[in-house]
Design a binder for this molecule. Structure first.
Ligand code: NAG
Ligand code: NAG
Ligand code: NAG
Ligand code: NAG
Length: 928
């Protein structure tokens, strides 16, 4: 296995090298997916390292999805609908990832996700959360208008991906999990709060899969730390506390920065090169899921609602709290008031026609706001994460170099005060420039740090793991497999000897983690069953030959993506005991697998096998990264391993009987948490559904565009027939035809446009264009004609002058018996061409004289120019030619050979190409 793995890595590295020489473009997309808004960044060679802008050129994109009838909207388009269609607008979906519907029902805090506007319902066949649109637009269509939270988030990630792809001019492709990096496509890194449990991480990863992404995950604190490290040198270790208070929660991440020698992982130096790197180590973290910007908004919203109710309650048909539109507007207003109160002592609030057409007017002071937060017990919660992080690392504030603010809620004075009260003096606060974008930029750089192709500062970032993970076998004490602290370990191998039957174990969060830390999530993670050992050994057992062999089993457990645990592989190794019966293993092979029988006459060429093997390994890892839950994925891997075993056996033992053998076993992981991760089939269905919706949306946008263009063209047609120049260049009958067509199309649009598809809209436009364009061409000709005539006449004159001189020189050369630039034949040929052009031109002019301005021209400017240019080019080519230096020996009266083989002559074909291309380009330009 180890050998195979290395081979695969080297192959991948090699592929990387090869690709690198062809595909210079590659990059990493960072997505900082927040509760209220998300940011997207792109790191790609040749482009400025920057945040990807939204459709309305903003650096921040509201985390929202909304529907207007059948149309799906994102970002601010969606968020703006929240107050008008709260039942069809979905915000704050991040808070619901990985949660069971029961836990959401139990918690008023999450129910506040009335900000989710909508009805929360259990997902089909799962206990997780789905949303249901208030208005069902799927009548007569398949499925219902319900979306899982994973789908809602997946849509937004898909939107982020589209924006990044448009900026990069390149598509995001599947990534290879592992450290080799991806070449020739865009990698994606998504931030998660450090406290995200396995269930939440799994749900985020599933959401990404729905969007067709296979991201790396990084905690937002670690991402901000990477961004911080990029522009700094650490001559001695430094510790900084990243205090991130956002819309959804508050986190404090304690990070140590140092400079160390690390193993270089450049693809060019596979050996053991040491390299100086900035090492980023997350030491500890504290957090509070309830201390959030949103919680403050909700507090203020309820306060405003209370004021309104007091002022106007008697006039209201229903209490304002029961009016979703009014509450959605008040939430928006509360957010605005909060921002004002961050810089002012008071704020006035003014919402027109809030409910039952009654306006709302009120004043809120900062003191009032802060006492609300105090009463709700929120204030101290904002400071606690900093205290917790320090305590966990067994450090005090004096051990810290600085505290760095990240996230919008750190601007609220009350939050800053809470930090002060928690013992962080103002002097420790770093005045950071753009901490808002630190996480999203850091995420992309973090992704790039895995890719040796980026010539950037070497960075090793070890993210934090707040929850130690234990493995428990029946009747044994739990064994810590992934310790808390840092995520340095991402893979653990368990070895078992003398295991002769199927067995199982559990993977859980350490029971020592207080429940409060896990919020509503369970300690239980997975039951794992290692299967097929019984089957494989049945024959040996039956024949009583089991003691003739040594049996060992190894199980590899990974944390990939970070914090999502999976059994990546399980192998059984069966080896003949020294001095045992030779037949034992043979019978084992016959019973255990049918692979060996095929093996005998399997004479695939070795190299092909190697290639297939390497590819298979990548697939394996891919499947494993996909998540633990799906047994189907395990089965897929099984097939692959059989292929590789074939090769192993064959290589080791082409002739004699094999003495040992490895078999991949089936590892079934059964999630024990209350929310089952999406199955492979569910993921596929969801991603197909999103894909279909995206295609449909694009189709619709194209249709709308076609309709708009047609409408605009009809208006133009109506105007243009009254323009003087157009009238001069057209006949009355032509203008009448245009007007008639325009009104016909206008009627058609009014009555039938709704049913028309893109292509019929385009055809309709073409029918009008075909009437207008010829006249526009005439108008253009009038503008260009004189210039073309002049150019042609000049070219003719100059060419004729040249010809005369060239003939003189040729005659002279012939007389002197020296080499000449020209041959008689080519000069004659040129003459003929010029004469033909002149005749064509003169005929054209005669014809043109008979025509008027409202006729098409007899000869087009383009054609005149083309002939003038051809004459000039021919002349220039001949003039540029050099007389051959080495004269042919004077033998007889044979004239010297015309300079056919010298350089300029060779360039001829190339020039021709240019000549042909130019007019085409000019033509295309005209059409625009
Ligand atoms: C597990 O066992 C298989 C079969 O013996 C071997 O190829 C592989 O390298 C082992 N894995 C680890 C991580 O030791
Ligand atoms: C839910 O489970 C039933 C029964 O297993 C199945 O027929 C159905 O397709 C499932 N629905 C979804 C949406 O997966
Ligand atoms: C398991 O075996 C592998 C070699 O196959 C070895 O590298 C590893 O350290 C062993 N793990 C344990 C926990 O003994
Ligand atoms: C003819 O010869 C003269 C004198 O060598 C030279 O200057 C001139 O450029 C030549 N003309 C052509 C058309 O080759």
């Amino acid at each position: 296995m180890a050998r195979r793995h290395t081979a695969a890595m080297m192959l991948a590295a090699l592929v990387g090298l090869l690709c690198a020489s062809f595909v210079t473009s590659m990059g990493v997309v960072g997505i900082d997916y927040g509760t209220e808004s998300m940011k997207v960044s792109l790191v790609k060679p040749g482009l400025p390292f920057d945040v990807v802008l939204s459709r309305d050129s903003k650096r921040k994109i509201p985390s929202a999805v909304a529907w207007k009838m059948q149309e799906r909207l994102y970002g601010s388009d969606a968020a703006n609908l929240a107050t008008r269609y709260p039942g069809d607008t979905f915000l704050g979906a991040k808070l619901l990832l990985g949660r069971s519907i029961e836990s959401v029902d139990d918690q008023a805090r999450l129910r506040q996700s009335e900000l989710l506007g909508s009805q929360l319902i259990p997902s089909v066949n799962r206990s997780s959360v789905s949303v249901k649109r208030e208005t069902d637009y799927t009548i007569n269509k398949e499925g219902s208008d319900e979306y899982t939270v994973e789908e809602l988030v997946g849509m937004q990630l898909s939107h982020a991906r589209t924006l990044a792809e448009e900026t990069a001019g390149e598509e995001v492709i599947r990534t290879f999990p592992g450290s080799v990096g991806t070449f020739g496509g865009l990698d994606v890194v998504i931030t998660t709060p450090i406290f995200y449990t396995a269930a939440e991480r799994q749900a985020l990863f599933d959401a990404a899969s729905v969007a067709g992404l296979r991201p790396k995950l990084v905690s937002d604190g670690a991402a901000a730390a990477v961004n911080f490290a990029l522009t700094r040198q650490f001559t001695k270790p430094e510790r900084h506390l990243f205090f991130d208070s956002g819309a959804g929660s508050t986190r404090a991440t304690l990070v140590e920065f140092s400079t160390k020698q690390v193993q270089a992982d450049s693809i060019l130096s596979i050996g053991s090169t040491q390299k100086e790197a900035t090492v980023i180590q997350v030491l500890s973290a504290g957090w509070d899921r309830q201390a959030s910007g949103l919680a403050l908004d909700v507090l203020l919203r309820d306060h405003l609602a209370g004021l309104f109710q007091t002022q106007h309650g008697s006039k209201l048909a229903k209490p304002v709290k029961e009016q979703p539109r009014a509450m959605a507007r008040l939430l928006k207003e509360a957010n605005r008031v909060k921002h004002i109160l961050s810089a002012n002592a008071d704020a006035s609030s003014n919402v027109e026609g809030l409910a039952d057409d009654i306006d709302f007017r009120a004043k809120v002071t900062r003191d009032e706001f802060e006492s609300l937060a105090d009463k709700a017990g929120l204030r101290s919660r904002f400071g606690q994460p900093a205290t917790d992080a320090l305590k966990e690392a067994k450090l005090t504030i004096s051990d810290i170099d600085s505290v760095i603010y990240v996230g919008g809620t750190t601007r609220v004075p009350l939050v800053q005060a809470a930090l002060r009260e928690a013992g962080v003096p103002d002097a420790k606060i770093a005045q950071n420039v753009n901490a808002d974008e630190a996480a999203v930029m850091g995420a992309a750089f973090y992704g790039a740090s895995f890719n040796p192709q980026f010539r950037m500062k070497t960075i090793r970032a070890h993210d934090g793991n707040p929850y130690p993970v234990v493995l428990t076998e029946e009747g044994k004490k739990p064994d810590v497999i992934f310790p808390g602290g840092s995520f340095e370990t991402t893979q653990v191998v368990r070895n078992y000897t003398d295991t002769t039957s199927n067995f199982g174990f559990q993977i859980d969060y350490d029971a020592a983690i207080p429940q409060a830390k896990l919020d509503t999530f369970e300690h239980r993670l997975y039951d794992v069953e290692i299967q097929e050992i019984n089957n494989h050994l049945a024959g040996l057992k039956e024949r009583g030959e089991i003691d003739q062999v040594d049996i060992s089993v190894n199980v590899t457990i990974t944390s990939r993506p970070l914090g999502v645990y999976a059994v990546e592989s399980a192998f059984m190794h069966v080896k003949q005991k020294p001095g045992g019966i030779a037949g034992a293993l043979k019978s084992f092979f016959n019973v255990g697998s049918n692979a060996v029988a095929d093996d005998v006459d399997d004479d695939d060429d070795d190299e092909a096998a190697e290639g297939a093997d390497a590819a298979a390994t990548t697939e394996d890892a891919d499947a494993a990264a996909e998540g633990a839950a799906d047994t189907k994925k395990g089965a897929e891997g099984d097939e692959t391993s059989e292929k590789s075993e074939k090769k192993d056996v064959k290589k080791k033992n082409k002739k004699s009987l094999p003495t040992d053998r490895s078999i991949r076993l089936l590892a079934r992981s059964i999630p024990r948490g209350s929310v089952r991760p999406m199955s492979g089939a569910e993921l596929k269905a969801a991603s197909d559904r999103l894909y279909v919706a995206d295609v449909e949306a694009r189709r619709k946008a194209a249709r709308e565009e076609a309709q708009n263009v047609l409408e605009a063209y009809i208006y133009r047609a109506r105007d243009i027939v009254h323009e003087t120049r157009f009238i001069e260049s057209s006949k009355a009958s032509e203008r009448e035809a245009i007007t008639a067509k325009a009104s016909e199309l206008s009627d058609w649009l009014a009555s039938q446009a709704e049913e028309a598809d893109t292509s019929s809209l385009k055809l309709k436009r073409a029918s009008l264009e075909s009437l207008i364009q010829p006249i526009e061409k005439r108008m253009r000709e009038q503008g260009t004609r004189q210039g073309s005539l002049d150019r042609f006449t000049r070219a003719q004159a100059e060419a004729r002058e040249f010809l005369q001189e060239a003939r003189t020189n040729l005659t002279k050369a012939l007389e002197e018996g020296v080499a000449s630039k020209y041959s008689l034949a080519e000069l004659d040929g040129f003459q003929t061409q010029l004469d033909k052009d002149l005749t064509w031109f003169q005929d054209g002019e005669k014809e043109q004289a008979k025509r008027s301005k409202d006729d098409d021209v007899a000869i087009k400017s383009d054609d005149i120019d083309r002939r003038a240019k051809k004459a000039r080019d021919t002349m220039a080519r001949m003039l540029k030619r050099r007389i051959p230096k080495t004269r042919p020996p004077k033998k007889s009266k044979t004239p010297p050979p015309p300079a056919k083989e010298d350089k300029p002559a060779e360039e001829e074909p190339k020039k021709k190409e240019e000549n042909e291309e130019k007019p085409k380009k000019g033509h295309a330009h005209e059409e625009l």
